[in-house]
Write a protein that binds this ligand. Structure first.
Ligand code: B1M
Length: 216
């Protein structure tokens, strides 16, 4: 196991690779992280996702623009491809079926994909509808597959309003449906106001929250 100093060096290098949109460095340092025994999930969050947070700050300060954001996302995904197979799994246990997607009007899917990764790693079957998903589609697919849980993600204050609508549509179609919501502009208070059954601020707490919701 590496010492704290080396761990920080590796996580910083991954963070910087995302910020500098350097796919090769992202891949190289994520491989190094695994070779040196770092936990794959911690590396994802404290390296790749932390890099994306810095990118967000650069965008807010107008030092980065949309093209840079896209390149940074590519560097994040290149690293995630290396780490994902190593994220610890609860193999052989089927926990439930999650219908997941980013609501209409919103194409931010990095967070949703991390949520998906954690659910799959924890033994859930995930039906991923992708991003910018029309609200009718969540209802139609839920009717077809009878998901144990529907997960809705939104990253913008504008698109988050679609969550309230989607929850209403899902509950009208199936009063028993459980809906979990998440994404940066949301919090527990808003989620409750929108009628959702649960809210989670990150991918790990989403899985824990899901476990609680389907037990009820
Ligand atoms: Co844009 N974007 N973006 N963007 N983008 C934000 C969200 C923004 C906050 C930037 C800013 O202004 N500071 C801002 C929104 C402002 C607002 O709220 N109104 C913004 C904007 C304005 C836009 C555009 C409109 C820009 C434009 O075109 N002028 C446009 C939107 C187009 C559209 O959607 N219709 C746009 C486009 C893009 C890109 C395509 C270039 C790219 C996305 C690439 C992609 O996703 N494939 C992008 C990016 C990368 C960002 C920032 C920089 C990073 C988002 C991210 O991936 N974070 C973002 C600024 C920021 O967040 N600081 C920004 C990392 C990710 C791991 O975190 O997504 O929060 P997050 O996910 C977390 C939790 O939220 C939670 O768990 C995840 C993992 O722990 N979570 C859930 C998420 N979903 C969950 C669901 C759950 C539970 C937990 O249960 C179901």
């Amino acid at each position: 196991m590496v010492n704290e100093e080396r761990k920080k060096q590796i996580l910083d290098a991954i963070h910087n690779a995302v910020v500098q949109y350097d796919e090769d460095q992202s891949v190289m340092w994520c491989k190094t992280a695994l070779q040196e025994g770092l936990d794959a999930y911690e590396t994802t969050m404290k390296g790749l996702a932390a890099g994306m947070d810095t990118v967000g700050e650069l965008y807010t300060r107008q030092e980065y623009f949309v093209p840079e954001l896209l390149l940074c996302s590519d560097a994040l995904y290149a690293g995630l491809d290396i780490l994902r197979p190593h994220i610890r799994t609860d193999s052989g246990v089927h926990k439930g079926k999650l219908l997941l997607g980013v609501v209409e009007g919103d194409i931010h899917d990095i967070g949703k994909n991390l949520v998906k990764t954690m659910f799959e790693a924890s033994g859930w079957e995930v039906i991923d509808l992708g991003k910018d998903v029309k609200l009718d589609r969540f209802v139609e697919e839920h009717k077809k597959i009878k998901a144990d849980l529907v997960g809705l993600s939104a990253l913008m204050t504008t698109s988050m309003m679609a969550i309230e609508k989607a929850v209403g549509m899902l509950k009208a179609a199936d009063p028993e449906v459980k809906v979990l919501v998440g994404g940066a502009p949301l919090n527990q208070e808003i989620a409750t106001k929108f009628g959702a059954d649960g809210y989670a601020e990150d991918a790990v707490s989403a899985v824990k929250q899901a476990g609680r919701l389907i037990k009820k």
